[in-house]
Design a protein around this ligand. Structure first.
Ligand code: NAD
Ligand code: UDP
Length: 329
């Protein structure tokens, strides 16, 4: 069945991949984005599509459209971007959730919330299952994002209990791939861009902190499976349970890209979580989902994307050059 689907934050990294995938399935997609961290270039190849529409819109304001499904992705995701205007970040999460839940209530649309592993804060339980309530600083530099997303989860469940809104809440763990911004600030894009430019890779702290990296295509498959599953609100973790230190990641990138790059150590930002790995038992059992793309393969595809974007010489490409599925435009 063809659905009319609203994606807030649809011109961003994840939103542009989701838009593409839903169009390929035959749906109509309305992308609403204020272009803070999203780029028209991410969706330039979709703008002429007869079932695609872009609206420049800020989710802190109400939006009146008629839709069957809503994916609420609007919110900067990279720490430097969400800390740039912390108050705006909270408004985006909280007012954005209220406005989109109001829209879902009026239209009867099923609504999906892009929540985050950050709601677990600096976790004391490892790996993190959905039943863990988290360890979050309410007043630190990351709180605008973490607490904004926590309140958004609360709003989703209150609209569900009080108004019967049909919700889907996913907790996304670190995801990477083509169309991250070169100056995004997140670790995978930072390391790849630095290596391709022959600069030193910046490790914050001692590099022993861990993260689990999911390739974007795997994540988007999980989004759609979840949205199509009845009688399951979540919250559900989506991420790749492979766990790496930032030192391991830097070494992998340097080895793949080659060149002269070394590692330099920079101060650790405050409240930086020491460890992170999803327990994906729930996603496996309820959605039949698990990631298929190993970090090494996903890095090859992402390096190839950035090499083309930055116009790097071919000796800076992973060998053998992987098949590129999609490019930015
Ligand atoms: P992104 O920054 O590329 O995309 C966010 C998009 O939201 C951008 O297009 C931006 O312009 C838009 N936006 C921001 N504020 C807005 C506002 N007030 N009104 C309208 N649009 C606005 O980041 P992403 O990685 O694509 O993340 C998408 C969503 O997934 C975010 O909600 C993020 O919190 C969540 N998430 C992502 C990850 C990840 O690793 N990529 C991890 C956890 C959660
Ligand atoms: N990080 C790093 N060098 C960078 C960027 C990030 O060592 O150039 C570290 C950062 O301190 C954190 C990890 O990499 O420990 C992941 O950072 P990112 O911003 O990608 O995501 P998050 O901290 O939100 O998981």
């Amino acid at each position: 069945m063809r659905n009319r689907i609203l994606i807030t934050g649809g011109a961003g990294f994840l939103g542009s991949h989701l838009s593409e995938r839903l169009l390929a399935q035959g749906h109509e997609v309305i992308c609403a984005d204020n272009l803070f961290t999203g780029r028209k270039q991410n969706i330039a190849h979709l703008l002429d599509h007869p079932r695609f529409e872009f609206i420049r819109h800020d989710v802190t304001e109400p939006l009146r459209v008629e839709v069957d499904q809503i994916y609420n992705l609007a919110c900067p995701a990279s720490p430097p971007h969400y800390q740039y205007n912390a108050i705006k970040t909270i408004k985006t999460s909280v007012l954005g959730a209220i406005n989109m839940l109001g829209l879902a209530k009026r239209t009867g649309a099923r609504i999906f919330q892009a929540s985050t592993s950050e709601i677990y804060g600096d976790p004391e339980v490892h790996p993190q299952p959905e039943s863990y309530w988290g360890h979050v600083n309410t007043i630190g530099v990351r709180s605008c994002y973490d607490e904004g997303k926590r309140v958004a989860e609360t709003l989703f469940f209150d609209y569900h209990r009080q108004n019967g809104v049909d919700i889907r809440v996913v907790r996304i763990f670190n995801t990477y791939g083509p169309r991250m911004l070169p100056d995004d600030g997140r670790v995978v894009s930072n390391f790849i861009v630095q290596a391709l430019r022959g600069e030193n890779l910046t490790i914050y702290g001692d590099g022993k902190q861990t993260r689990s990296f999911c390739f974007v295509d795997d994540l988007i498959s999980g989004f759609i499976k979840f949205m199509e599953t009845d009688d399951f609100t979540g919250p559900v973790n989506l991420g790749n349970p492979g766990e790496f230190t930032m030192l391991e990641l830097a070494e992998m990138v340097i080895k793949k890209v080659g060149g002269r790059s070394d590692i330099v150590f920079k101060p650790l930002p405050s409240d930086d979580p020491k460890q992170r790995r999803p327990d994906i038992t729930l996603a496996r059992t309820r959605l039949g989902w698990e990631p298929q793309i190993a970090l090494s393969d996903g890095l090859d595809r992402t390096i190839a994307y950035f090499a083309q974007l930055l116009d790097c010489p071919s000796d800076r490409l992973p060998n053998p050059m992987p098949q590129l599925v999609r490019l930015a435009a």
